[in-house]
Design a protein around this ligand. Structure first.
Ligand code: PMP
Length: 360
């Protein structure tokens, strides 16, 4: 068996230990004679799996009791519509535009109400997080929306915006469980799991209970109404059973490692290896303002498109795969999620150092 170092932005690397465990349980899950893929979502065995996943996630994130945890489908993109349908009571919300994903969320929300663009970093190709200390937020806004970690551009909010008392909604798809969060500061946190948590097909929504209500927009599909999902504990219809099971295993892996405090420490150490190298390199350059750098997604360039392509190709041959930047920005991007070992980043840096020597 030979595994590569996979720097994909998502679907992304998963902990080897989790994959091995899943492999061991593939044909016969805990003596029930079948795989988790084959069992009824209404069975006792499966009920234990989904309940345990929720309990472990609650423990990891210290989720207060007045929040519901939902395991849903449709990816993060489905939430771009579900959020306004469920939360836009006044039909008005503020959006902070820090990249493609926030832009897409805002465009979708415009179908359902007024969207006020509170701030944007589009002027510098989203290479920074705008100052959010005094935005033009008004009381009639139902929520303020952010994309907390910008997967494509490699920026992350180090401080949450001052929302002046208005509810905060955050897409945490690419920083989910990478560090501790104070859930009580948000009205709704959501993320697709395919970066830091599990296989594509699950989106986790953590929502304050007073926002789970019946008076949503009248055309809201039953499946997109948070109340439908909360009332049935994410089992209104057949959920992505196997994927939730894998997420549950990742939650246990994180607990065993020491929880989110420890994860943050490891992620900081790991990202530092790469950022320190970029900061002294004469060939490679990080593209993001230092204060806003993400611990998860690290974009960089050589400044020469042909050399970028050569690097990506040679790196892949050496076992460092998926380093090509997003198709809209070019260059390179190393996504170094929770499951990427520090050793992977160290070896990548070694490779970059050699490449620099040969190509400078
Ligand atoms: N938000 C962010 C921050 C993302 O990185 C992505 C996917 N790369 C999405 C939303 C969209 O996710 P999905 O493909 O699950 O709809």
């Amino acid at each position: 068996m030979s595994r590569v170092y996979n720097f994909s932005a998502g679907p992304a690397v998963l902990p080897e230990e989790v994959l091995q465990e899943a492999a061991d349980e593939m044909l016969d899950y805990k003596g029930c004679g079948m795989s988790v893929m084959e069992m009824s979502h209404r069975s006792k065995v499966y009920d234990d799996i989904i309940k345990e996943a929720e309990a472990d996630l609650r423990e990891l994130m210290n989720i207060p009791d007045n929040y519901d945890v939902l395991f849903l489908q449709g990816g993060a993109s489905q939430q771009f519509a579900a959020i306004p349908m469920n939360l836009m009571k006044n039909k008005k919300a503020g959006y902070i535009i820090t990249g493609q994903w926030a832009k897409k969320a805002a465009a979708e929300a415009k179908k359902y109400g007024e969207v006020v663009e509170l701030a944007s970093s589009a002027d510098k190709t989203f290479t920074y997080i705008p100052d959010c200390s005094d935005l033009a937020i008004t009381d009639d806004m139902d929520y303020v929306y952010i994309c907390e970690n910008n997967t494509i551009y490699g920026t992350k909010y180090k401080q949450l915006p001052n929302t002046k008392g208005v509810d905060l909604v955050a897409d945490v798809s690419s920083c989910f469980l990478s560090e501790p969060v104070d859930v009580s500061k948000y009205a709704l946190i959501y993320g697709g799991v395919q970066k830091n948590v599990g296989p594509a097909g699950v989106v986790v929504v953590i929502i304050r209970k007073d926002l789970v209500r019946d008076d949503v927009m009248p055309f809201t599909p039953t499946m997109l109404k948070y109340k439908t999902q909360a009332d049935s504990a994410s089992l209104y219809n057949t959920p992505p059973c196997y994927n939730i099971y894998i997420c549950g295993k990742v939650f246990k892996w994180l607990k065993k490692l020491g929880g989110l405090e420890k994860m943050k420490e490891l992620n900081e150490e790991k990202a530092k290896v790469l950022y320190d190298f970029l900061d002294q390199s004469k060939l490679f350059k990080g593209t993001v303002e230092k204060k806003d750098r993400s611990l998860m997604n690290v974009p960089f360039v050589t400044g020469d498109k042909e050399l970028d392509a050569k690097f990506v190709e040679e790196a892949a041959k050496a076992g460092f795969v998926n380093l090509k930047g997003h198709r809209t920005v070019g260059g390179m991007r190393a996504s170094i999620y929770n499951a990427m070992p520090k050793e992977g980043v160290e070896k990548l840096v070694e490779f970059m150092r050699e490449f620099e020597k040969k190509n400078l």
